[in-house]
Design a protein around this ligand. Structure first.
Ligand SMILES: CCCCCCCCCCCCC/C=C/C(=O)SCCNC(=O)CCNC(=O)[C@H](O)C(C)(C)COP(=O)(O)OP(=O)(O)OC[C@H]1O[C@@H](n2cnc3c(N)ncnc32)[C@H](O)[C@@H]1OP(=O)(O)O
Length: 622
């Protein structure tokens, strides 16, 4: 059992006595508080806000805080069962009524309604459409307002509503999906239970841009010695400052020691000569990455794993630059890299089982959930992002604004809409990719500006980048920010004017686009690509895709992930809407329903647990 989820809650005799192992994080403390929000309030209503912050958010509390909150009776550094037995014996035969939660006084302060309204507003905002946190507050409120028995009745009703909701099914599915991705396998036969990871004690990060900085922080926080390399002096100084800030804030927040000394900074890749593993995180430029892999292959000690944080370039092409292609894998992090919990581990056709296992285990050590994926352009997450982003650009061409599109996606439950998210990750990343693919044409392209190989293309992202607008990092992108590196996105009148001018230039008539169309076109295009990825065998199953989207892009967990969501909407409905949009936009191949979606819809919307089986069946049997 993992230490941070370990808690010994022993209900002895009266269900009131609990003993907790000391110094351990108590996760399942909510066993008690969520089942009985009564407890949260009956001991004291003075700190309603603090108590309700534990229950709706599922916030983990330490043993010490749980003791302070009255959730547990005792904290022990010794054997929790022994301590529980001792505690039980000490009260055996004595009257316990005074200890029963139901007998605790529950004063109702005059301002409790105001407090609850405020808490409810905050919880609603943070819940992003999840119903459980809001219901928790309702239950706590009932506990304060009603006598104990009635409060319990109300809580039961609320619980029953939650229990039978689609959101409960989505959350249960997601819980198991996250565990399932740990049991990875690759088409070449490597498996989680037969592949042995190598120990990694010292790692290097090459390139200290936005991603390299976050990766350095995550490695250091995981206890590794890190060599952080940046060839540009100015960039190195800025990176050092940023990394230090992130580590300081992290240490403060987690109450953990500051690990600045674990990082050595350098300006040459030579500094990586004696490390066990390298993560390259330079610009998205194949030629540059190739030259770095050639250098690393020559200078690193034998057996060093060479990893790349590319957003979507060919892992095998990079592996071919090295003397040991079996030691090359992708370790693809998500922005902000020290925060987002996802790691895509990309196995090339030549990656050894040991290399994959090592990257998977290192991700876990860094506090990430590692998902093994196959090598293709943009892998899984970003490959699905392409049609999603492209639809968003098309919507702008047709008359929507970045704010409108983002609002719809945020109402759906994303922490950031597609434009804010693009500004965060850097618009130049995808621009470089599109340039390398030959998609970026000169401004003089005229009519062909909006067509590539017979299909509709929007150059909007390219035009924005040509203005030097790379998002948060330059202080301008789809939004404006108060300074380069600023984070508060504000609508930008320049951008609105630019969109109008673009529409005029291309003879596009702006129209009113409703909420449903924005949502369906963005999400169904993304989901359709997910089916294609499954069909191509790039992801082993729908769970992998769902975990990638929840942890890498903030897809709302209570909606299970894009593939689960498609099943919940109904595959036939998703198919029918895609057919509709493809009919309206026949020049957009991403809207043409994937054949796997057709097969699944034709087999009667089977539960997601059966998709793998259907995927593996030869078509003739269907
Ligand atoms: C053919 C053409 C097609 C066109 C396009 C093609 C595209 C295809 C390829 C694309 C390639 C692009 C590569 C992209 C890679 C990515 O990584 S995509 C980005 C994925 N990330 C997300 O989607 C993030 C979504 N957002 C969130 O999850 C949250 O908003 C948040 C960022 C985690 C913040 O949440 P919040 O609860 O507000 O957090 P806080 O508690 O306030 O802060 C936690 C830490 O996060 C830092 N932080 C917060 N906001 C930002 C921000 N805007 N930018 C950077 N960092 C942020 C914050 O500072 C905290 O960190 P510390 O300060 O260090 O403690």
């Amino acid at each position: 059992m993992e230490l941070d989820v370990f808690v010994k809650v022993v209900d002895v005799l009266t269900q009131n006595l609990q003993v907790s192992a000391g110094k351990l994080q108590i996760k399942s403390v909510l066993k008690r508080s969520s089942q009985s929000p009564e407890l949260n309030v009956r001991k004291s209503v003075g700190d309603l806000t603090r108590r309700t912050s534990v229950c709706p958010a599922g916030r983990h509390v330490t043993a010490a805080e749980a003791l302070q909150l009255g959730i547990i009776d005792e904290v022990t550094d010794h054997n929790a069962v022994d301590a529980a037995v001792r505690l039980a014996q000490s009260v055996a035969g004595k009257p316990l009524d005074a200890r029963r939660i139901s007998t605790y006084p529950c004063p109702r302060p005059p301002d409790s309604d105001v407090v609850f309204e405020k808490v409810m507003q905050e919880v609603r905002r943070d819940a992003r459409g999840a119903i459980a946190p809001v219901t928790c507050v309702q239950a706590v409120r009932a506990a304060v307002a009603l006598p104990y028995a009635k409060g319990m009745e109300r809580e039961k009703e609320l619980f029953a509503t939650l229990f039978t909701s689609g959101q409960a099914r989505a959350l249960q599915y997601y819980f198991f999906a996250q565990r399932a991705v740990g049991r990875w396998s690759t088409p070449s036969g490597a498996r989680w239970d037969t592949s042995k990871p190598r120990p990694v004690r010292k790692a290097a990060v090459i390139g200290l841009g936005t991603m390299g900085r976050g990766i350095t922080v995550s490695l250091a926080q995981a206890g590794l010695s890190v060599v952080a390399v940046e060839t540009q002096e100015k960039q190195l100084l800025a990176a050092k400052q940023a990394v230090t800030g992130m580590l300081e804030r992290g240490a403060k927040r987690r109450g953990a020691p500051l690990v600045l000394d674990q990082i050595k900074y350098g300006r040459s890749v030579q500094a990586a000569a004696d490390v066990d593993l390298v993560i390259e995180a330079v610009f998205e430029d194949m030629a540059l990455k190739k030259s770095i892999f050639q250098q690393l292959s020559r200078l690193c000690k034998p057996g060093t794993l060479l990893c790349t944080n590319t957003s979507g370039l060919d892992i095998d092409e990079l592996a071919s630059q090295t003397q040991s292609p079996e030691l090359v894998v992708g370790m693809h992090f998500f922005a902000p890299a020290h925060v987002m919990k996802l790691l895509e581990v990309v196995h090339g056709p030549r990656s050894s089982p040991e290399a994959v296992a090592t990257a998977m285990q290192l991700g876990k050590k860094m506090g990430k959930v590692s998902v093994a994926v196959g090598n293709c352009r943009c892998f899984v997450g970003n490959r699905m992002l392409r049609p999603y982003v492209m639809q968003a650009y098309f919507l702008l061409e047709e008359g929507a604004t970045p704010e409108q599109v983002d609002q719809v996606l945020e109402d759906f439950g994303f922490p950031m809409g597609v434009f804010k998210m693009s500004d965060l990750s850097g618009l130049d990343v995808a621009w470089r990719m599109r340039k390398a693919e030959g998609l970026v044409l000169p401004a003089s392209a005229g009519e062909s500006a909006r067509i590539r190989e017979g299909s509709r293309y929007s150059p909007l992202g390219d035009l924005i980048c040509e203005q030097g607008r790379f998002g948060q990092k330059t202080g301008r992108g789809w939004y404006q920010y108060d300074k380069p590196g600023g984070r508060v996105a504000k609508p930008d009148p320049w951008l609105h004017g630019f969109l109008e001018e673009y529409q005029t230039r291309h003879g596009l008539a702006a129209r009113r686009i409703d909420h449903q169309e924005v949502l369906e076109r963005c999400l169904y295009a993304l989901i359709n690509e997910g089916f294609q990825i499954l069909q191509d065998g790039i992801a082993a199953g729908p769970e992998d895709i769902d975990v990638i989207y929840v942890l890498g892009y903030g897809w709302p967990r209570h909606r299970g992930g894009p593939m689960f969501f498609a099943g919940q909407v109904g595959l036939d409905k998703v198919l029918q809407r895609l057919e509709h949009y493809h009919q309206v936009h026949p020049d957009v191949p991403a809207l043409k329903p994937c054949s796997l979606l057709r097969r699944l819809a034709a087999s009667g919307n089977p539960p997601i647990s059966r998709w793998r089986e259907i995927l593996q069946k030869p078509r003739s049997q269907l």
